[in-house]
Design a protein around this ligand. Structure first.
Ligand code: MTE
Ligand code: HPA
Ligand code: MOS
Length: 760
């Protein structure tokens, strides 16, 4: 069954019957919310006149910061982000007011009548400028292992370079939104499209000036999050709830696509400097990097994202001398936020660039340097964790043998020697990704399991379903642990009154954390039911009793007690059919004062081999194939996990090749619609994607040995960038690596002819 398990939502998605926030039946009296946001990126507000707008037909109220009864503050890690702008505007798209009207059309009319005057202030969009001005959202951090600067002097080769990786729009299909409904006595229920129900509850309680227990946050599922709703779903929920608090009416606030693209933060763009030192055997002896992270106008999750950049700065390599520093630079862009990989991809791109730079200068293939430096058991990461159960070399070797990579490389060379205007390039991309929230205290979860007296089961956890199939995985965990069929199990909505104080659904760790809690609760219930079976069968020992296929077995022999009979009997014996379990990841710790510890429960490994073809007349390209050996552990459901690998890979390729986020010098988003921002479609995905699981025993901290899979494969997409640059070099021998992503067809065409030795 496991192998063919589909996401249990797939049928309702296809039929259009799945319910997202905007699909919730509206209660009579519901007001529609519309945000009035800043037209400029940095300014002093001199006046805000809402009087004409408030007189419009259908307008009930226009909220500004003056209407907030608690604190006008939604900053998660650092309290630096107002819900509504007060005296100053810090980015274009910053919320200033919320119009509440009977209909959206009326709200839109009123929006045009709000009068804002301001004096513009200098806009900073560049990280280097922000760095020069000493403008940071949070403290800079450095991870250090031994002494890199000292070792450079002893290296046979030292190379330096600069790198740019752009941001990325999340483009979840369901835009941000919330629906706030008044309950009795001033209590409020918020339906939110959030990855972090508790973050919404906590921040909203602060804004409303009420204790958390007055707010119930409910999440059915998201139409995608990709990190964009880990922290940034909060504002809309808080605004809607303020509306309910002030008017006593339900308030719905859904961003349209353009507003969502304009107002929300994205993956952080990074500029980085690197220095790499090697000995004559191509062993990397020393590596330093400085990362300039474009945090935007407020910290949001930037400190945590920055931290993960440092954790993954050496990717899959063991380097004895390392010093890496990250600066979270404060600019006048919308606050940037979590995005699949969470700063890891930005860090990994830079070490891959450094290796490619060395390879280019030394006239060797980058994969030779990669291979010679792969991690093995016992190596120490720059953050102090000792590598164990390391599988990077296994995935690398298996890729080489199974995919016959040496032969493929030869074929690429043969093709290039014969073809003048079409060229091919290849790259290898090993990945090593740490699983756990890097902030240790976040690594815990709870599950509430009810067995109803008819034998059906309802499970609540803190996990949010957003397409990654975590609910289906929870069903599998319960099915296997209770020994009953999946149809008997329902996963309830994620609701703060049933499961409280949750960490967001993020860090790829949701199935592990919540799944372990489900497993624990189900085990306790199962043992209780086995005890009841023993009573019914007059046995003294439950060891020989098992429950499977909805039946009771004694010493593997079927006895005539069905699951339903057993459950009812336990209920009549006045046994509890409910369990609430708590799981917290063992062994992990991290000391920020030393920047050393053991932050990850385990690592996920993999190797991708990418081949691309470029058309040197048109500058267009295709990805011939991406072949991957991936460490799933012992996959609970290969069908679901393969889907995550494919989706993440293509999202990574989009980031590296075509998704070009553009702001002008005034901080205005130019790539502000789907006509100007290109995401991968069916025509741009690799012609061949081959995924080969590495056969392993899995890891004890992974749910039923099935390793986390949500984010790591995104970084396979980085290989496409290097494969393209390598193809360019085949046509233009004077081309030198630029490390400037995304490598759009426009940039690629220029690269083909810039400084080309021949006349055309
Ligand atoms: N897959 C789909 N379909 N939609 C999503 O929004 N988010 C990704 C990944 N896969 C996402 C997805 C991100 S950013 C993370 S952190 C993980 O799913 C979170 O879920 P998990 O912890 O259950 O893997
Ligand atoms: N990953 C993803 N999301 C997070 C993390 C992390 O390590 N820490 C806080 N939010
Ligand atoms: Mo994922 S970026 O941790 O939501």
């Amino acid at each position: 069954m496991e192998h063919t398990t589909k996401n249990k939502d797939s049928i309702s998605h296809v039929r259009g019957t799945s319910i997202f926030v905007d699909d919730i039946s509206e209660i009579r009296g519901t007001l529609q919310g519309l945000v009035f946001d800043s037209p400029v990126a940095h300014a002093h507000i001199t006046s805000l006149d809402i009087s004409d707008a408030e007189r419009c037909t259908g307008v009930v109220k226009i909220l500004t910061y003056n209407d907030i009864r608690g604190e006008n503050q939604i900053g998660g890690i650092i309290q630096d982000e107002p819900l509504f702008a007060e005296k100053e505007i810090h980015f274009q798209g910053q919320a200033i007011a919320l119009i509440l009207a009977e209909t959206l059309a009326e709200a839109k009319k009123a929006q045009k009548l709000i009068q804002l005057t301001y004096t513009e202030l200098p806009v900073v969009t560049s990280v280097r400028q922000a760095h020069k001005n000493g403008r940071f959202t949070n403290a800079s951090r450095t991870f250090r292992k031994n002494d890199a600067e000292k070792i450079f002097a002893k290296c046979d080769y030292v190379f330096e370079g600069q790198v740019f990786t752009n941001g990325q729009e999340h483009l979840y299909l369901e835009t941000q939104g919330a629906y706030s409904v008044p309950l009795e006595n001033g209590n409020i229920k918020i339906y939110s499209s959030t990855q972090g129900p508790t973050s919404v509850q906590k921040a909203t309680a602060k804004v409303l000036g009420v204790p958390m227990h007055r707010l119930e946050v409910e999440v059915n599922r998201l139409g995608g999050g990709f990190g964009g709703k880990e922290d940034q779903a909060t504002a809309w929920a808080a605004m809607a709830a303020v509306g309910t608090q002030i008017t006593g009416r339900p308030v719905k606030l859904i961003l349209d696509r353009h507003s969502d693209m304009r107002m929300t933060g994205k993956r952080h763009p990074y500029e980085s400097d690197f220095k790499i030192g090697l000995d004559k055997n191509l062993k990397i002896k020393a590596y330093t990097a400085t990362f300039y992270q474009n945090a935007g106008a407020a910290a949001d999750l930037s400190p945590a994202v920055a931290e993960r950049t440092l954790f993954h700065a050496t990717n899959s390599y063991n380097i004895e001398n390392v010093e890496v520093t990250v600066h979270s630079c404060k600019t006048n862009l919308p606050p940037n936020t979590a995005f699949r990989g969470f700063g890891g991809p930005q860090g990994m791109f830079v070490i891959e660039a450094a290796i490619s730079k060395a390879a280019e200068a030394l006239g060797v293939s980058a994969h030779k340097i990669q291979e010679l430096n792969l991690l093995k058991d016992g190596d120490e990461f720059p953050y102090g964790q000792i590598a164990s159960e390391t599988l990077i070399q296994d995935t690398w070797n298996k890729a080489f043998t199974t995919f016959d990579i040496e032969k493929n490389i030869q074929q690429v060379a043969d093709f290039n020697s014969k073809s003048k205007y079409f060229k091919k390039g290849y790259a290898l991309m090993p990945i090593t990704f740490g699983i756990s929230f890097t902030n240790t205290p976040m690594n815990h979860a709870r599950a509430l399991v009810h067995i109803y007296q008819d034998g059906s089961v309802g499970i609540s956890t803190g996990a949010v379903e957003m397409g990654q199939s975590v609910n289906t995985k929870m069903v599998l965990v319960a099915t296997l642990t209770l020994g009953i069929s999946p149809e008997k199990i329902k996963i309830e909505t994620t609701n703060t009154t049933r499961v409280a104080n949750t960490s967001p659904t993020a860090a790829s760790a949701t199935a592990d954390l919540n799944g372990k809690a489900v497993e624990m609760a189900c085990k306790i219930l199962s043992n209780r039911l086995k005890t009841e079976s023993a009573r019914l069968l007059h046995l003294t020992d439950i060891k020989q009793i098992s429950i499977k296929d909805n039946q009771v077995f004694v010493s593997e022999k079927l006895v005539e007690i069905s699951w339903e009979e057993l459950v009812l009997s336990a209920h009549l014996q006045r046994l509890s059919l409910t369990e609430n379990a708590h799981y917290s990841t063992p062994e992990i710790h991290f000391d920020k004062s030393k920047e050393k510890g053991h932050p990850f429960a385990y690592h996920v490994y993999g190797t991708a081999f990418t081949v691309v073809s470029i058309d040197c007349i048109k500058g267009i390209y295709e990805i011939d194939s991406v072949k991957i050996v991936h460490d799933f552990g012992k996959s609970l459901s290969p069908a679901l996990d393969f889907g995550q690998v494919e989706g993440a890979l293509v999202q990574g390729i989009g980031w590296m090749t075509m998704e070009e986020l553009l702001y002008n010098e005034k901080g205005r988003l130019l790539s502000n619609s789907l006509s100007g921002y290109k995401v991968p479609d069916i025509f741009s995905v690799p012609k061949i994607i081959e995924i080969l699981p590495l056969e392993t025993v899995g890891h004890k901290h992974a749910i039923l040995k099935s390793k986390a899979v949500g984010e790591p494969p995104l970084m396979y997409g980085i290989g496409t960038y290097f494969a393209l640059e390598n193809a360019i070099k085949q046509f233009n021998p004077n081309y030198k690596h630029k490390f400037n992503s995304p490598l759009t067809p426009e940039k690629l065409l220029n690269a083909l002819y810039d400084n080309h030795p021949n006349e055309f």
